[in-house]
Design a protein around this ligand. Sequence first.
Ligand SMILES: Nc1ncnc2c1ncn2[C@@H]1O[C@H](COP(=O)(O)OP(=O)(O)OP(=O)(O)O)[C@@H](O)[C@H]1O
Ligand SMILES: [Mg+2]
Length: 304
Amino acid sequence: MKELINIKNLTKEFKNGHGIYDINLSIREGEVFGYLGPNGAGKSTTIRHILGFMKPQKGQIFVDGIDAWKESSKVNAILGYVPGEIAMPEFMTGFEFIKYIFEIRKLKDWNYVEELIEFWEFDPKVKIKRMSKGMKQKVSLICAFMHKPKVLVLDEPTSGLDPLMQEKFINLIKSVKAEGRTVILSSHIFQEIEKTCDRVAIVKNGRIVSNIDMDEIKYNENKKFEIVFSKQTEMKDFLSVYDNKNTQVIDKTKLFINLKQKDMQDLLKIISKFNTRIFKEIPFTLEEYFMDFYKFKKENEKND
Ligand SMILES: Nc1ncnc2c1ncn2[C@@H]1O[C@H](COP(=O)(O)OP(=O)(O)OP(=O)(O)O)[C@@H](O)[C@H]1O
Ligand SMILES: [Mg+2]
């Protein structure tokens, strides 16, 4: 697949000493790319550089071969953007603002805008001043999608949306992906990332600390099982024959076992001799990966 976005050695330090440092990312055409990290990690700062809103202190960003800073208007023509902090003219109604963006972009297909308004079950007559956070988010989403951009850069696009709307968003991203368009999605919602992204980069204190395929997380060789035995004695007998120090006893009949893929046969052989009420694999999630990673780093940092 062709590389569509290339961020090379991007560095920007603010006067207060915070910023982003030596960010390198390559995003392929058609990919849904997750950008994750705690508050203040540098997600929005990176994203603002992709839009050409900020001049890199060091490094460069290319979107479809175009320099994002030097030719930001060209880049903006092929991008759809949902900002992390939405600022819109308060005196306008949703309809007026959407129409205004439609005209600035010199678009023709108003039917598609109406489709988007309907999709988001949005009432555009309300003044922006009177809108809830979720309603403003919908205006922003409609504006980002209205010109059917080749690339969508979405900075926490579902913040403020209710669970039904979040589900709609996930389906929308899936259809965008099916059309071969490219998405950068910054989010704090692991499920959203898990359900949509092909790859995820994690940023922490302004630096990329991990960049992985979602498949690597989903098909991790570390497995976790939950077992609930039918009786207390069953569990006791099991523990006397099954030797694994990564067994967590939860109560008298329930335990968790962490093991490697290669050790699964052993467990299956032994467990088949016992009466269980529940025997199920707990899938490894992005949340666990993320948290584990952070804990590990923190412990390491203490030893530095
Ligand atoms: N214009 C600015 N001037 C000074 N400092 C800034 C500016 N913009 C961002 N920062 C600082 O840079 C760091 C990264 O901020 P950024 O907004 O990129 O984080 P984020 O990952 O988007 O966080 P969040 O999840 O809270 O949105 C923070 O420490 C922030 O205070
Ligand atoms: Mg942000």
